[in-house]
Design a protein around this ligand. Sequence first.
Ligand code: GDP
Ligand code: CA
Length: 315
Amino acid sequence: MIAILSGGVGAARFALGMANLIDPQDIFIISNVGDDEELHGLHISPDIDTVIYTLGESINPETGWGLNGETWRVMDALAAYGGLTWFRLGDMDLATHLFRTQLLREGVTLTEITDRMRKRWNVKPKILPVTDGHLRTVLFSVSAGVEKRMSFQEYFVQHAHRPIISRVIYDGAEEATATDEVIQTLETASAILIAPSNPVLSIGPILSVPGITDLLLRRRDKVVAVSPIIAGEAVKGPAAKLMSELGLGPSALGVAQYYRKIISAIVIDSADANLATDIRALGIETAVTNTLMDNVEVSRLLAKTALDMIGGGPN
Ligand code: GDP
Ligand code: CA
């Protein structure tokens, strides 16, 4: 059984490769919930949904989020009222949020709801929210000496990740508890893979939940990361820009430094082969390969390279 620490798009592509490599029932995806947001009274879990829709072969391939063949009649009707439409929710996608929100109101845990949704999309890997409690990524920017607070979606979608970020916090982390399923998975997994996700915005919230980082420190020889940064740039999104603003090197080396205490191995892109020596000097085994997952076969080979590094792969 293997664990994947996961954000949204990068992680979903990686998990799809893994599901084509090993028995999908042996894959346990530990999902970020720091991006979750309440809008229109609905609980939205973008990273969980991206993973489910991708593994369920129903993701919109153009956007990397939302459903393929989606329609937007509700958003259009909402726009006519002058309603809140900066966060787009497709007509079919809305059913996901209605279903989740209703069950949460009835007291069902996010873990249980996610499992029911996974089954509806015929997804074999388990998807485990890192916590059933409150955990939200909050970003701050400073303008004219005044600090401005943004939720993740306000930063990412409403402001198109343009603001220069001065600091990031994981609101609720101190009181959050990892679920039993997550702890048990991380205790027993033969390999723990950190997907090529945004280190600060997707993996950071998972690591902020008390107990998780300690567990990974203990199991460091089984933890391998895949760099989301290729040649100093994110494949998608603000990972490189944000890392640079926060004083973390915007490179595969910066990613290795960010994770150095909890990983024993990393996979970096061929374009970054020149960084391998510096990364190895950190005491991190380094594999160099093509990491741009533009098709499932690349994802599968990337998953194999990562697993092979810590001896967790199939024969
Ligand atoms: P989000 O929640 O949708 O933003 O998704 P993630 O945090 O999982 O993914 C965003 C990160 O994935 C970005 O930093 C991208 O650079 C990275 N990413 C996306 N596609 C690829 C890919 O094909 N290869 C690699 N190495 N990284 C990728
Ligand atoms: Ca995300």
